[in-house]
Design a protein around this ligand. Structure first.
Ligand SMILES: C[S@@+](CC[C@H](N)C(=O)[O-])C[C@H]1O[C@@H](n2cnc3c(N)ncnc32)[C@H](O)[C@@H]1O
Length: 287
């Protein structure tokens, strides 16, 4: 039988494996920079998320890759690695009950406070590509069109630069708005022509939202207080130690009577749940 000719290109492009020690070192680096805990021994995740970057850099294998991103002068590539390993999944109007609770349990009080001269500050912490803060902005504007006359702002922060760039650009494929209730969706669609496949968030919403870099494991460049904080599906990727510092830092920055919304699979540790009152599903009020 004749042997098959060697496919040189396929041979040279064969995906390198990530040896366990290299995987552990990449996981330690990610944890030190972000607090994110990769599951032990999941090197296939690292390979699938980083192989494109490795090839783009022209590196031969994951040991070379680790050496490269560990050099101080390659900080930008380290950031690319961090973005590739973080989970940015998000949706408009994700966990819709939070927006309903916000409108029922907080908004009337916010309107009174704004009319009394208080500034209103809301925070989408771990906002990914921006669907969460724009869902909040459109909900606010729909229920309180007069807010433009008051000092109201939404801070939207994340660690991922590409995600923040999308949040800042504020343009989304139309089908991503399908889960948004019609009245709120109409607010989002107010500056987009019928049939345009991309929806540009209207200026009023963009003016409400300030997009910024903030890493939970570095000093937080914000002092608050915030009347509501949405920090959903972020802490779940972190270990208990980092989660504790995130939750306690967020509760410190909540205004009295302010609400903290967390992801449906997340739990506050007892030392923090004692500082707030559970008012509805995964929604807590600071006394
Ligand atoms: C799954 S998304 C959640 C997005 C949105 N909150 C939601 O629930 O749809 C998690 C986000 O947390 C961000 N993140 C991860 N580690 C972080 C850190 N140390 N500091 C700030 N944000 C972080 C990720 O970049 C990602 O965009």
């Amino acid at each position: 039988m004749m042997s098959q000719p060697l496919d040189q290109e396929a041979f040279s492009r064969a995906t390198p494996l990530c040896p366990p020690a290299t995987y552990d070192a990449i996981a330690r680096l990610l944890y030190a920079r972000t607090g994110i805990n990769l599951p032990a021994g999941n090197s296939s995740l690292v390979v699938s998320r980083l192989i494109k970057h490795l090839r783009l850099l022209g590196l031969a294998d994951f040991d070379d890759y680790l050496r490269h991103i560990s050099l101080p002068e390659n900080r930008n590539d380290l950031n690319v690695m961090i973005s590739a390993l973080t989970t940015n999944t998000t949706r408009f109007y994700r966990e819709p009950y939070h927006f309903e609770i916000f409108v029922e349990k907080l908004l009337p009080d916010l309107i009174q406070r704004a009319k009394g001269g208080e500034r209103i500050r809301l925070w989408s912490a771990g906002c990914s590509t921006g669907e969460e803060p724009y869902s909040l902005a459109a909900t606010l504007l729909h229920h309180w069109p007069g807010l433009v006359d008051f000092d109201v702002r939404i801070l939207a922060t994340d660690i991922s630069e590409p995600a923040l760039a999308t949040a800042q650009a504020a343009r989304y494929p139309r089908e991503r708005l399908e889960a948004v209730p019609q009245a709120v969706r109409n607010v989002m669609l107010s500056e987009t022509a019928t049939g345009d496949p991309m929806v540009a968030m209207p200026k009023l919403l963009r003016d409400l939202v300030t997009v910024r870099y903030l890493n939970f494991v570095e000093p937080w460049p914000t002092r608050g207080p915030f009347q509501a904080i949405f920090c959903r599906n972020v802490a779940i990727y972190m270990d208990d130690r980092v989660q504790l510092s995130v939750w306690s830092g967020l509760i410190d920055l909540l205004a009295p009577q302010g609400l903290l919304f967390i992801g449906h699979s997340e739990r506050l540790p007892p030392s923090q749940s004692d500082r707030v009152t559970l008012i509805e599903r995964t929604t807590f009020r600071r006394p």
